[in-house]
Ligand binder design. Structure first.
Ligand SMILES: C[S@@+](CC[C@H](N)C(=O)[O-])C[C@H]1O[C@@H](n2cnc3c(N)ncnc32)[C@H](O)[C@@H]1O
Length: 264
């Protein structure tokens, strides 16, 4: 298994892309819903950085965007990454599909970006056939789902991928958990922080329910989920082979995982 770290150079590359004005910006309430911020520059920068991270994660397994015909962004929101992903693709040879339960966000993506978009229900199925995707990318979706919903979508993504197809996704790993734990202590709740730490160590998975005001349009169960890599190894292996794990690789906070559907 591979492992890596955050490369500050990607920020410079991302900035260059932004200066080129790659695509229209979604309205600020849609931006805030996925990133917690209304600032257009940080929305733009984080989207470009995410695509840059995916490019490097693919390179780590010897792949590039051109190797995949049908590419799906699972939980694409209002297209923060799709805005930058389009320039990596050949529209004549490749198809880009965004999936999200946020109908308003998908509507914006379909009207403003050259992508197909499908609105999801909170739970599977997605309206796509079995074995229809070559690559699924997904930033910060499993970081928000309770365990039963996580399992439902892992099974569904497995159904959508062709045998040998690749999934790149993120989890809140040890770094993100430590940062959350410190926030709880700073909020004057050390006992709660200890309970959370004990649960995380015992289960390897922790889900805390709760939406911000900006997230009120998202599914009722939306919250914060944390994963230990041991849990991913043991639990996600029923769906995928774990090819690579990059701690704190996604926007300097989340862990990036590269997984593959077996060919048999
Ligand atoms: C933090 S946002 C990330 C959005 C996008 N990937 C990005 O980086 O901007 C999480 C996304 O997960 C979506 N989501 C929430 N529940 C979901 C579910 N059950 N299945 C798929 N996506 C879900 C939300 O609508 C939201 O767009």
């Amino acid at each position: 298994m591979l492992a890596g770290g955050f490369d500050p150079a990607l920020t410079e590359r991302a900035k260059m892309e932004i200066d080129m004005g790659v695509a229209p910006l979604p309205p600020e309430e849609l931006r805030e819903r996925v990133s917690g911020a209304r600032d257009p520059k940080s929305f733009d920068l984080s989207g470009a950085a995410t695509v840059d991270e995916w490019t490097r994660a693919l390179a780590a397994i010897g792949k590039k965007w051109g190797d995949f015909q049908t590419i799906v962004d699972f939980g694409c929101g209002c297209g923060r990454a799709i805005r930058h992903l389009r320039s990596k693709m050949d529209p004549a040879a490749q198809t880009l599909i965004g999936l999200d339960p946020d109908a308003e966000a998908i509507d914006w993506v379909v009207r403003n970006l050259d992508a197909i978009g499908y609105v999801l229900s909170d739970l599977p199925p997605a309206s796509m056939p079995d074995n229809s995707a070559d690559l699924i990318v997904s930033h910060s979706v499993f970081t928000h789902l309770p365990e039963d919903v996580q399992h439902a979508w892992l099974g569904e993504l497995r159904r959508l991928l062709k045998p040998g197809g690749v999934l790149i996704t993120t989890v809140h790993g040890d770094h993100a958990f430590r940062s959350y734990y410190n926030d709880v202590i700073r909020a004057g709740q050390p006992e709660t922080a200890q309970v959370l730490m004990n649960a995380m160590n015992a289960e390897g998975f922790l889900y805390i329910k709760g939406r911000t005001a900006a997230e009120a349009a998202l599914p009722e169960y939306y919250g914060a989920a944390f994963h230990k890599i041991k849990y991913v190894h043991e639990t996600w292996s029923r769906y995928f082979n774990l090819l690579a794990w990059f701690p704190r690789f996604a926007l300097n906070l989340q862990d990036t995982l590269v997984l593959q559907k077996s060919t048999t």
